[in-house]
Design a protein around this ligand. Sequence first.
Ligand code: C2E
Ligand code: MG
Ligand code: MG
Ligand code: MG
Length: 285
Amino acid sequence: RAKSDGRGTYRRFEPAMDAQVQSRRALELDLRKALAGGEFELHYQPLVRSRNGEISGFEALIRWRHPQHGLIAPGSFIPLAEDTGLIVPIGEWVIRQACRTASRWPEHLHVAVNISAVQFRYAGLAEVIVGALAASGLKASRLEIEITESVLVQDKEGTLAILHRLRELGVRIAMDDFGTGYSSLTYLQCFPFDKIKIDRSFVRDVATDAGSLNIVRAITALANGMGMTATAEGVETREQLDRIAAEGCTEMQGYLFSRPLPADEIERRFLTAEGPAMPDRFAAA
Ligand code: C2E
Ligand code: MG
Ligand code: MG
Ligand code: MG
C-alpha cells in the first residue's frame, strides 16, 4: 500500500522508493550476518587532559569491516541498527569488547562507550554492563558511558533509574554531543553527569567565530560550575587547542591528537613500556 500524502489521495509507489526499501532489507540482513560473523571492530580515540597532554582514557568507536565494501563508519549503519533493534545485540558486543580491551590497559586509563537511546528502552542494559565488567575484570570506575540528550527525551523516568543504578556501581556517565539536542539545561539538573562533551560543531569555529567561542565558553563554565568535566570534541588544530584550553576546558579529543585507531595500534603508539606517550603536537606546545 502506498503512503498517503496526507490530503486523502494516494500516491503510487515510485520505483526509487521500492529500491530504497529493498536496499534497507539487504543492509539489515547484512548487519545480522556481520554480528554473527565477527565483522565489527572497535577503534579507540584518546581523551587528552588539556593541562598537560596526558591521556586519561579512550573512546570506543565501532566500525564495520565489510567483506566487499571495506571499513564502514557507524553513521552508515547505526541508524538502521537502531530502527531494527539490532543495536541491542550489537551494543552488547560493544560493551563486552570495550571492557575486555580496557582490562589490558594500565589501571589509570578508562574506556568510554557510546550507548544508543534504543538500548535504554530494552530491559537488561544494567545487567549487560554488570556482566561485561565481571567477565573482563574491569573496575566499574574505569568504564564511562556516553549518552545523548535523546535518551532522556524518550523515557526520562526509566532512563534516570538506570543511570542511578549504573552510578551506584561506580560507572561514570557522560553527556555526549552537548548543545545539539533539546532542553539541555533541564537534563543537567535532573542527573549529576560526570562529564559534558561539547559537540564538534561548536569546537570547529572556536578560533574564528565569536559565537562559537561564546558557546564553548558558556558550556565550559556551566560544566566547571556544576563540578563536571568539560570535554571538547573534534579538536583538529593548534588554534582550537589554544582557545579551548584558555577557556578552562578540562579535556580534549580530536584528530590533532589522534584519529580513532585499532586496539593493537593504540597499544603500540600510546601504551608502550615508556608509559603513555604524549601526542607529538601537544608535547610541542
Ligand atoms: P560521537 O560519539 O560523538 O563520536 C565522535 C565522532 O567524531 C567519531 O566519529 C569520531 O571519529 C569523530 N571525530 C573525533 N575527532 C574528530 C575530529 O577531530 N574531526 C572530525 N571531523 N571528526 C572527529 P565516528 O567514529 O564516525 O562515530 C560517529 C558516531 O557514531 C558517534 O559520535 C556515535 O554517536 C556513534 N557511534 C560510534 N560508535 C558507536 C557504538 O559503539 N555504539 C553506538 N550506539 N553508537 C556509536
Ligand atoms: Mg561519543
Ligand atoms: Mg560525541
Ligand atoms: Mg559528536
